[in-house]
Design a protein. Structure first.
Length: 109
């Protein structure tokens, strides 16, 4: 997976209590419907049932670069593609870039 990781408190400490930080992780290009898992560890299921397991997998990846990260986490919020679509119907299928970015969709041609 493609992970976009940010730490906004590095430039704006007001976003967290003093001495604490915020870390956000955006996973790009997730399927709206889970049909299978190449690693064979997450069974095809509804996003509500597997988003925690998928988040743990992403933490495994991040922790390989930032050992001990899990021990620093005080809380977390997980939003699956389904959750994104529930919050904003324009994010069809949880598509974070809001649809096609093909040339024919950009009103230039």
């Amino acid at each position: 997976p493609v992970l976009v990781v940010g730490q906004p408190t590095a430039v704006d400490p007001s976003r967290a209590p003093q001495g604490k930080h915020v870390l956000w992780v955006q996973v790009r290009m997730l399927p709206a419907e889970i049909l299978g898992d190449a690693a064979g560890k997450i069974a095809p299921a509804h996003w509500d049932a597997v988003k925690d397991a998928y988040a743990e997998r992403m933490l495994d990846i991040i922790e390989s670069y930032a050992p001990g990260l899990r021990s620093k986490i005080l809380g977390r919020a997980i939003f699956s593609p389904l959750d994104l679509e529930r919050e904003n119907p324009n994010l069809v299928g949880g598509d974070q870039i809001c649809g096609s970015h093909h040339l024919s969709q950009n009103f230039l041609f």
